[in-house]
Each structure stands twice: as structure tokens, then as C-alpha cells.
Write a protein that binds this ligand. Structure first.
Ligand code: GTP
Ligand code: MG
Length: 199
């Protein structure tokens, strides 16, 4: 699939005000600075679509982008932003939780994790929560350009082993880099296959 049209629709902090159109939507979630907004831009071939920043905490709202006139990509704020208190850090921002609980159009959540890091508690807890709420998700490893292939393999293996201690199956995953467009085709193909299955 090729993205020929990507347009910003609306930003908001209330899931009830999100677009009412019944078209499939895919949300990007993960720690602040993991590369959610950059990945959306990479997929859409537009560096200025979603706002990115070297400093964590850039995306603050639920942002809907309409793709090829018939599905949505959703950019969300990151969790685990270091400048908030411990209690706030533990509780995911309420409107993000509500987005996942209430948004019926959501067909798949992509949980982004930085491929360079050891599995983080907050990511594992979030995946656990998605599982408990029966929200389908896939893992996207980001910033693959920062590691050599054998280190990528090793880190994924490590992630797998850890997750398999609590999960029966390792979720579907993608290895990506917004810098050099790694994983773009695979990700778009996956989304396309879901879109087609829903038609
Ligand atoms: P918040 O909106 O704050 O939650 O962050 P985010 O997850 O949207 O991250 P964003 O896309 O703003 O990127 C954060 C930083 O990581 C920026 O400096 C990006 O340039 C950088 N970055 C994102 N993706 C990649 C990547 O694939 N490779 C490299 N090398 N840097 C990346
Ligand atoms: Mg962002």
C-alpha cells in the first residue's frame, strides 16, 4: 500500500470528541520520545504531518490523521514522561486510558519500544493492560538505525524471552527506523491487510 493522502483532522483530549466516522483506526502509543510521531511521518512521507521533538513530552493530545480518505492513524502522547510525579507516572493519563477503553474504531494499537533498551516495566504493564482489556496490539521496535543487526537480534530475543514468561505467545512485531525507512512496507502491508479484511 502507498499513502497518497495524509491530512490532519483534529486534536483533542476527550475521546467522545474524536471523529465519529466509522473507519478503521490505528493508534501509536509508547514512552515519550520513543518515536511515535516520527514513525507516523515516515509512513505518510511527510516530515511535517505530526509534530516531533528531541525533548520528551511533545505530543500532548489525541491527534487524528486521515489516510487515503479511508482510515485513521492516531498519534498519542507518550507515557512515562520523567518530569511528572511518581504517582502520575504510574497512572497513565486518564484520557489515553479512556481512548483505549472507548474507541470502537480502534482495530490495532501499536506499542512502540526503543530497540536499544532493556524491556521497561511501564511498557510491559501497558501491554498487560491492553491484554486484560482485549485490545489487539502489535509491538513496534523503533530506532533500529542505532544498532547493528546482531544487537537487534539479541535485544528482540531478550524481549521475547521475558514476555513469554507471562504471555502464551509473543505478539506480532515490526522492526523499524524512521531515519532510514526500515519496516515501512511491512507495516503498511499489515494495515492494508486488516483494512481489506474489514471491508
Ligand atoms: P512524544 O510526543 O514526546 O511522546 O515523543 P514521540 O514518541 O512522538 O517521539 P518523536 O517522534 O517526537 O521523536 C523523538 C526523538 O527521537 C526525535 O529527536 C526524533 O528525531 C528521534 N527519532 C525518532 N525516530 C527515530 C529513528 O527511527 N531513528 C533515530 N535515530 N531517531 C529517531
Ligand atoms: Mg509525539
Amino acid at each position: 500500500m502507498i499513502i497518497t493522502k495524509a491530512e490532519f483532522i483534529v486534536s483533542n483530549s476527550d475521546v467522545n470528541k474524536c471523529p465519529s466516522e466509522r473507519i478503521p483506526e490505528y493508534a501509536f502509543i509508547g514512552r515519550s520520545n520513543v518515536g511515535k510521531s516520527s514513525l507516523i511521518n515516515m509512513l505518510a512521507n511527510n516530515k511535517n504531518l505530526a509534530k516531533t521533538s528531541g525533548r520528551p513530552g511533545k505530543t500532548q493530545l489525541i491527534n487524528h490523521f486521515k489516510i487515503n480518505n479511508n482510515w485513521f492513524l492516531v498519534d498519542l502522547p507518550g507515557y512515562g514522561y520523567a518530569r511528572v510525579s511518581k504517582t502520575t507516572k504510574k497512572t497513565f493519563q486518564k484520557f489515553i486510558t479512556q481512548y483505549f477503553e472507548k474507541r470502537q474504531q480502534l482495530v490495532c494499537a501499536f506499542v512502540l519500544v526503543d530497540i536499544r533498551h532493556e524491556p521497561q516495566k511501564i511498557d510491559l504493564e501497558f501491554m498487560q493492560w491492553l491484554g486484560e482489556n482485549a485490545i489487539p496490539f502489535a509491538i513496534i521496535f523503533t530506532k533500529a538505525d542505532k544498532l547493528k543487526p546482531n544487537a537487534i537480534e539479541r535485544n528482540i530475543e531478550n524481549y521475547k524471552n521475558l514476555l513469554l514468561e507471562t504471555w502464551e505467545k509473543f505478539p506480532l512485531y515490526f522492526v523499524t527506523s524512521s531515519e532510514n525507512k526500515t519496516g515501512k512496507e511491512e507495516l503498511l502491508q499489515y494495515i492494508d491487510s486488516i483494512n481489506k479484511s474489514l471491508r
